[in-house]
Write a protein that binds this ligand. Structure first.
Ligand SMILES: NC(=O)CC[C@H](N)C(=O)O
Length: 318
């Protein structure tokens, strides 16, 4: 019996501080993902406010407007019945983090702050954000009033946490983390995460698209798994060009890839994949490593490294 999952990722032409336009494009991408039958929609890094906000990240308005957009997303009927994974800056205990917010049916499931920041080449993330250093640890994040009013939640898990649905486990990786020798997908794969997501703001450089493809392939060829890669497209208000190329891979094969230099504002790519292919691949190639790792990490997993949404089945009917 196959265990099919339909997943979407996208390239969006987001603009720094264009909160209304960014919201519109995010909603459009979710609408398309749902029309494709997807149960999970991934978007690019910091898609709500734009990646290139620079010192505007210091302004509390940037964080507030990001939450206002998140509220609109949570309230929208378009976001019903699909896990949405969106990017925005969030301050926790007076520290700013570059985060993913995962939500389903009006409830926030978890917030995952970036753990390995891009601070090389043209990237200066350390100027505005701190990396989340507490590997495999979560804290309670107290939601602002405007979010509490719509979700009915006071706190949500914040930290190095993965998401368990009734039928699979999904783990987040953010842009530079894929390029790091300590990429989170390595440990997550050994822990049994089957679907990895990567929300990127990866600017164009000659031959870099090829490097991304190689990184995504190697991430999933080692311990198997499905990998979703999302990227920005366009200029975002910065002096760089983001070249899209969203992709989906399984067990080392790229199965769907978006355009590189398209003028499309919103491009969604979707694939229906079989989780049994991941389980069989791992069974054949990685079983001995995974069993040992899994045992040693079990207590950590019990210690709330997993946000559960067991009411949700990600397998599609066909
Ligand atoms: N936003 C980032 O983390 C950038 C990481 C990496 N340099 C890339 O371009 O893909």
């Amino acid at each position: 019996m196959g265990r099919k999952v339909t997943l979407s990722t996208c390239s969006l032409n987001q603009w720094t501080l264009d909160f209304d336009g960014n919201l519109e494009r995010i909603l459009k991408s979710i609408e398309i993902a749902k029309a494709h039958g997807a149960k999970y929609r991934l978007g690019p890094e910091l898609e709500i406010c734009g990646y290139g906000c620079a010192d505007h990240f210091y302004e509390s308005d940037t964080l507030l407007h990001s939450f206002q957009v998140l509220r609109k997303l949570l309230e929208s009927p378009i976001t019903q019945d699909i896990i949405c994974d969106v990017g925005m800056p969030i301050m926790h205990r007076n520290v700013r983090y570059n985060c993913r917010v995962l939500f389903l049916n009006g409830k926030i499931l978890l917030i995952r702050p970036k753990m390995q920041l891009a601070n090389y080449g043209i990237n200066r993330e350390m100027r505005w954000f701190s990396p989340w250093k507490q590997s495999r640890q979560v804290e309670e994040y107290f939601l602002p009033q405007i979010i509490q009013e719509v979700t009915g939640q006071d706190t949500v898990p914040f930290g190095d946490c993965v998401l368990s649905t009734r039928d699979t486990c999904i783990g987040t990786e953010m842009c530079a983390e894929l390029w790091n020798p300590r990429s989170p997908h390595v440990q997550m794969g050994l822990d049994g995460v089957e679907i990895f997501t990567n929300s990127s703001a990866s600017h164009h450089e000659l031959r870099k698209a090829d490097q991304r493809v190689n990184l995504v392939k190697s991430a999933t060829i080692k311990s198997g798994g499905i990998y979703l890669y999302a990227n920005l497209r366009g200029c975002d208000g910065d002096r760089v060009y983001y070249d899209g190329c969203a992709m989906l891979a399984i067990n080392g094969d790229i199965v769907a890839q978006g355009a590189q230099f398209s003028l499309n504002e919103v491009e969604v790519i979707t694939a229906t994949l079989d989780l049994d292919d991941v389980r069989n691949y791992r069974g054949e190639r990685c079983q001995p490593n995974m069993v040992r790792q899994h045992r040693s990490n079990r207590s950590a997993v019990r210690g709330c490294l997993v946000a559960f949404c067991f009411a949700f089945t990600i397998f599609s009917a066909h």
